[in-house]
Write a protein that binds this ligand. Structure first.
Ligand code: SAH
Length: 359
């Protein structure tokens, strides 16, 4: 198991030869534990309404200028049907924390998707009540994604204000989700103003302690319509302490997450592709990741799910994203996954790589 100091050493490493050994180690651990298949999760952004005011996020409540949309049940089912036709194993329903997507509306949609299509259903709908989460699980939802965003609690509280009178601890919620029988996914943004190298090292250790089934990591991308992106009271640390929101730092985290959690499903994310459209997805897959999440949202809604600016693939159709992803997978000699691609049996990781020998 990696120690905190070893993780920090890698986060501060800039020697290309040594980094190449980190990429090789992560790629080998990925191959041994989750194989060469790249599982495809169709990502459906079902609503950009949000009751929260996260300082980093472009669909926060406090952006009255943003046009809001909520897909109808029929639209969602049609997109899920397209995902099944493309051969994806999973559909991911993601949204802002939208009270208009009530417990029963989502439960009905989940049940209908499970009835019609051989798809695993992942939900990513923010901090919802235990009753709702349980109802969705009972309706057939398989997995839940809820990033803890940063393990630094003070920073999290600053950028993710609680709803008045209500506070929901994301770590506690992840445990509850697991008890309910969900596979659980979490993750972080990399390079949030105020996030230190030490915070990122703690994030990686926490991925392992939580024994996450899925880990999503993307660079923080400033959105000028948000308080954090506009930067009036930017909590940035001095440069020697502030974690950079770069492509390279994101790859390091992906690779370290793979070493810390050999069996987890780890996507090469859209935020990474946004920093490097030409090859970000492929490099993520070659440095520890084993999942791609092609966007299947109807094109007319994509530009409105603007969690950060210049998001990759907002002009494309689902069919275009599908063929683009397949081409990228083939170009690096891997194969699209078949079946739902859930977490393999827990607790039998193969981690034969001794990193210390390679540094
Ligand atoms: N409402 C849901 C889904 C949020 S969108 C929830 O809160 O869980 C999914 C992820 O996008 C977030 O968890 C966050 O990590 C990421 N994200 C949001 N704003 C971002 C930004 N400005 N830059 C990079 N990633 C961002």
């Amino acid at each position: 198991m990696l120690t905190c100091d070893e993780i920090l050493g890698w986060l501060r490493e800039d020697n290309p030869d040594r980094l190449a050994s980190l990429w090789r180690a992560a790629d080998e651990v990925r191959r041994l534990n989750v194989g060469d298949e790249v599982h495809l999760r169709g990502l459906l952004e079902i609503s950009n309404h949000c009751r929260r005011d996260c300082a980093y996020c472009g669909i926060r409540a406090g952006r009255p200028s943003l046009a809001r949309y909520r897909m109808t049940a029929e639209e969602i089912l049609a997109c899920a049907g397209a995902a099944a036709e493309f051969g994806y194993g999973t559909v991911v329903l993601q949204a802002g924390e939208d009270a208009g997507l009530t417990g029963s509306i989502i439960a009905d949609i989940v049940a209908e998707i499970k009835f019609r299509y051989p798809l695993a259903v992942t939900l990513s709908l923010g901090e919802r009540s235990d009753e709702e989460l349980l109802a969705w699980r009972q309706a057939g939802a398989d997995r839940y994604l809820l990033r803890f965003e940063t393990s630094n609690r003070d920073l999290f509280a600053r950028i993710h204000p609680a709803l008045p009178g209500r506070s929901r601890d994301r770590f506690e919620m992840l445990q509850r989700l697991r008890q309910m029988g969900y596979e659980i996914g979490s993750g972080v943004m990399c390079g949030i103003p105020g996030q230190s190298y030490e915070d990122l090292a703690e994030d990686v250790l926490l991925f392992a302690r939580l024994d996450l089934d899925m880990i999503g990591i993307g660079p923080y991308i400033p959105h000028e319509g948000t308080p954090l992106g506009a930067g009036p009271d930017d909590p940035r640390l001095p440069p020697e302490r502030q974690a950079p929101n770069t492509e390279l730092m994101t790859y390091k985290l992906v690779a370290l997450a793979r070493l810390a959690c050999p069996q987890a499903n780890i996507p090469s994310t859209t935020a990474l592709a946004t920093l490097n459209l030409a090859s970000g997805r492929e490099l993520g897959l070659q440095r520890g990741a084993n999942i791609l999440m092609p966007n299947i949202t109807l094109t007319q809604y994509r530009r409105l799910y603007e969690i950060y600016p210049s998001k990759a693939c907002i002009m494309e159709t689902a069919a275009q994203c599908h063929s683009c992803m397949r081409r990228r997978i083939q170009s690096i000699g891997r194969q699209p996954g078949r079946g739902p691609g859930g977490r393999r049996c827990r607790g039998v990781a193969t981690s034969t790589i001794e990193l210390e020998e390679q540094r």
